[in-house]
Design a protein around this ligand. Structure first.
Ligand code: KIV
Length: 275
């Protein structure tokens, strides 16, 4: 059965953990969906892991719509959440509603995610009023990389922790259906999870969140540029792929591939007439 934002809410209410992984194309979405992962995030992390940018700032609405459409076609049961890229919502509430609408209408997402707390409560309210579920993203919000001065854990001082708690309450009051907490101290994430009625989804925020999210290239060890502390590599898929690529090259060069079973036949009397 197709998961919806209600599925996440019910999981929280039953005290059951749920999972989210990123995907950016059809075949990966299908694999993740077939594994039973409840939610797929088409993250703007695609700028880094798929397009090779150094951060997420260059990702466009066109990139997001294109990848979201592909994921939506592969996600049979998983809820599809699409990221709102940098500057697709920050400048105005009008932009926010129109661009969230594009991700739903053209991308066929079932919810959108945007980075920000109290300052974006009005945007979240307006998008929600347009019947578009919003997931808020707090803590280390990569689109604010330049304002933070780098990728840093957020909410460590009393003031910063209080601010994050206020942000979380504000986005819930504005109508958000869930909150991603990225690189937040585990005890603070646990406290936020207890205070909120909507689910929290952690990444580098400890086991006290209602759900967890990871970038699939990170958890499969397919992205070698850097490994964040919060990542567990569940399989060495990057190494397996490199070995398979090298074996393919070896077999082509030695003539072992393609073998007879990989070829198509033609009748001898047809081919003889061509000589
Ligand atoms: O873009 C992304 O993949 C994300 C996750 C890291 C939460 O926002």
């Amino acid at each position: 059965m197709k998961n919806t934002v209600v599925t996440m809410q019910q999981a929280k209410e039953r005290g059951e953990k749920f999972t989210m992984l990123t995907a950016y194309d059809y075949s990966m979405a299908k694999l993740i969906d077939e594994a039973g992962i409840e939610t797929i995030l088409v993250g703007d992390s695609l700028g880094m892991v798929m397009l090779g940018y150094e951060d997420t700032l260059s990702v466009t609405m066109e990139d997001m719509v294109h990848h979201t459409r592909a994921v939506a076609r592969g996600a049979g049961n998983a809820l599809v959440v699409a990221d709102m890229p940098f500057m697709s919502y920050q400048a105005s509430v009008y932009d926010a509603v129109c661009n969230a609408g594009r991700l739903m209408k053209e991308g066929r997402a079932q919810a959108v995610k945007l980075e920000g707390g109290r300052k974006f409560a009005g945007h979240i309210r307006a998008i929600t009023d347009a019947s578009i579920p919003v997931v808020a993203h707090l803590g280390l919000t990569p689109q604010s990389l330049n304002a933070f001065g780098g990728f840093k854990v957020q909410g460590k001082s009393e003031e910063a922790a209080r601010g994050l708690l206020e942000d979380a309450v504000a986005v819930e009051e504005a109508g958000a259906v869930a909150v991603v907490l990225e690189c937040v101290p585990a005890k603070l994430a646990e406290l936020i999870t207890q205070k909120l009625h909507i689910p929290t989804i952690g990444i580098g925020a400890g086991a006290g969140c209602d759900g967890q999210v990871l970038v699939y290239q990170d958890m499969l060890a397919m992205f070698g540029d850097f490994k964040p502390k919060f990542v567990r590599q569940f399989a060495q898929v990057g190494e397996m792929m490199k070995e398979a690529f090298a074996k393919y090259m070896e077999d082509v060069k030695s003539g072992a591939f393609p073998a007879l079973e990989h070829t198509f036949k033609i009748d001898d009397d047809v081919i003889e007439k061509l000589y």
